[in-house]
Design a protein around this ligand. Structure first.
Ligand code: SIN
Length: 525
């Protein structure tokens, strides 16, 4: 098994060998944020069966601040054995947790939500520290993350079954929705809180228990959430958080091959998703996978150009391009191309790249050097094929090794790497196009199909294009589509299953059909 997160493998495998000694020589962080509640920061431990525990092997891995490169601390390097212990804890807890009423589970989730809201400043600081997104964005994520607990606390008491008119006159049929069982959740670093709550919320609402593998790059936010789960009174064993970096593949394999784990939910790369699916096949697990994207963003010549520029900026540069729904290919119709390019470039020139805790910073570092290399490769490739860099294009070594300038490239063509690969970074490639038919074809050429966006004021075109795009989510005249209430997920190689919304809970349920025979006899006199 190779990588387990969106762009990533463990940092030690991404960096050349000589870096490892440099890393261990780095000083502990002098840039540590001051937490209102310092007990939210858990060092060297994971959370299994309601207890804070070291890995059985005693091994730990180091976590570094992507902005300064300084050491944040060490976390438990869990392996397959630790994962088995967590799975067993979840199995034991499931027997009683599934019997709670929906209302009881709802109250637990609501308490966890309230604690997240109370501690949102600290959660945001942890997100910024380990992920590098600016504090304002991290505050947005903390609220977004908590909203999944609020939402699913409202869904938990309303998991209705059906009464079905039977074909056989003497049968009566009804269905009941049951929790699928123990769930393995594997989450990425780009939303250290929200991708965890988006999975744990519906799982607990449905009555499942979970073993969650926190990302090696951003484990501290996950551990803070575990601490709050304990304070919320979530029974022991219901939520288990294992942390690992180098052992990430072993933990993934333990979860996918376990006969008692009934469901795996994964957010990450398409390549890893395929591997996890193979590993899950022997035990025929229920799966939901939110995998890679390569979102087209189309601006037609009938669009409100200023609104389209704002939408494209929001979609492309959210979290410095490190979300799976970020615009990756921006197609602009020929007649408005130059005007759009100029207005778009002006906005990007106004960004302030800097330390993520600094006031006024709009964009922080990328997560690690491998992400930086991919950005550089896409810029170089575009330049070598005729693309013109009109903003940015350079690294920012004075800020740190993970900083790159937000970049705009014009005159993009379909043969460039950015057209077919997700950049996952702050590079906006602007492609000119002529006709609607041409651009829809280009948009749908991608193997993946997560999000797609377009701007148009022509009502017929709006319907036509929304129906034609081969994606799971379409943004029409908006660049932001993520909402707890909206189903989130993709088609094609972007995976399957939906998170959030009224559909999210069903990913953690199975429908049981109960047929009563010999019914409907006449009343006895
Ligand atoms: C993701 O990048 O995987 C999630 C983004 C979102 O929820 O908006």
């Amino acid at each position: 098994m190779v990588l387990l997160t969106k762009v990533a493998l463990s940092a030690s495998r991404l960096r050349p060998a000589y870096h490892i000694s440099l890393i261990s020589l780095r000083r502990a962080s002098t840039m540590a944020p001051k937490l209102r509640d310092p007990t939210l920061l858990k060092q060297g431990l994971c959370y299994i069966n309601g207890e804070w525990t070291a890995a059985k092997s005693g091994k730990t891995f180091q976590v570094h601040d992507p902005a300064s490169g300084e050491l944040i601390g060490s976390c438990a390097e869990c392996d397959a054995d630790d994962t088995q212990i967590a799975i067993q804890a979840a199995v034991d807890a499931f027997a009683s947790f599934r019997k709670l009423t929906g209302r009881e589970r709802s109250r637990l989730l609501r308490k966890w939500y309230d604690l997240m809201a109370d501690n949102s400043e600290d959660i945001a600081k942890l997100i910024t520290w380990e992920n590098g997104k600016p504090l304002a964005d991290a505050k947005g994520e903390a609220a977004y993350a908590a909203s999944f607990f609020e939402w699913f606390s409202e869904e938990a008491p309303r998991t209705y079954g059906d009464v079905i008119p039977a074909t056989v006159p003497t049968n009566r049929v009804w269905t009941v929705k049951e929790p699928v069982g123990v769930c393995g959740l594997i989450t990425p670093w780009n939303f250290p809180a929200a991708m965890i709550t988006r999975k744990i919320g519906p799982a607990l609402a449905a009555g499942c228990t979970v073993v969650c593998k926190a990302p090696g790059e951003t484990p501290y936010t996950a551990l803070a959430l575990a601490e709050l789960s304990q304070r919320a009174g979530i029974p022991k064993g219901v939520v288990n958080i294992v942390t690992a970096h180098e052992n990430t593949p072993a933990v993934g394999e333990a979860l996918t091959s376990s006969p008692v784990v009934r469901k795996v939910s994964f957010t990450g790369s398409t390549g890893v998703g395929k591997l996890l699916m193979k590993q899950s096949s022997d035990t025929l697990k229920k799966l939901s996978f939110e995998l890679g994207g390569n979102a087209p963003f189309i601006v037609f010549d009938d669009a409100d150009i200023d609104a389209a520029v704002a939408g494209a900026i929001a979609s492309k540069f959210r979290s410095s391009g490190q979300t799976c729904v970020c615009a990756n290919r921006i197609y602009v119709q020929q007649g408005i191309y130059d005007e759009f390019v100029e207005k778009f470039a002006d906005k990007v020139k106004g960004f302030k790249v800097g330390r993520p805790f600094d006031e006024g910073t709009t964009h922080g570092p990328l997560i690690h050097e491998r992400a930086v290399s991919k950005v550089q490769a896409h810029i170089k490739d575009a330049q070598s094929k005729g693309g013109k860099v009109i903003v940015g294009g350079q690294l920012l070594p004075d800020l740190g090794s993970n900083f790159v300038q937000p970049t705009v490239i014009r005159d993009m063509t379909p043969d460039m790497a950015l057209a077919s690969e997700e950049t996952f970074g702050p590079v906006a490639g602007l492609f000119p196009f002529q006709t609607e038919e041409e651009v829809v074809k280009l948009a749908n050429q991608a193997e993946v199909g997560l999000a797609g966006y377009f701007f148009s004021r022509d009502l017929e075109r709006v319907y036509r294009v929304a129906e034609s795009l081969e994606v799971g989510m379409v943004g029409v005249n908006t660049g932001l589509i993520s909402d707890t209430a909206s189903p989130f997920g993709g088609v094609k190689h972007s995976g399957f299953g939906r998170e959030g919304s009224m559909y999210g809970i069903s990913e953690y349920q199975v429908i049981k059909t109960v047929t009563f025979g010999g019914m409907g006899k006449p009343l006895q006199s």
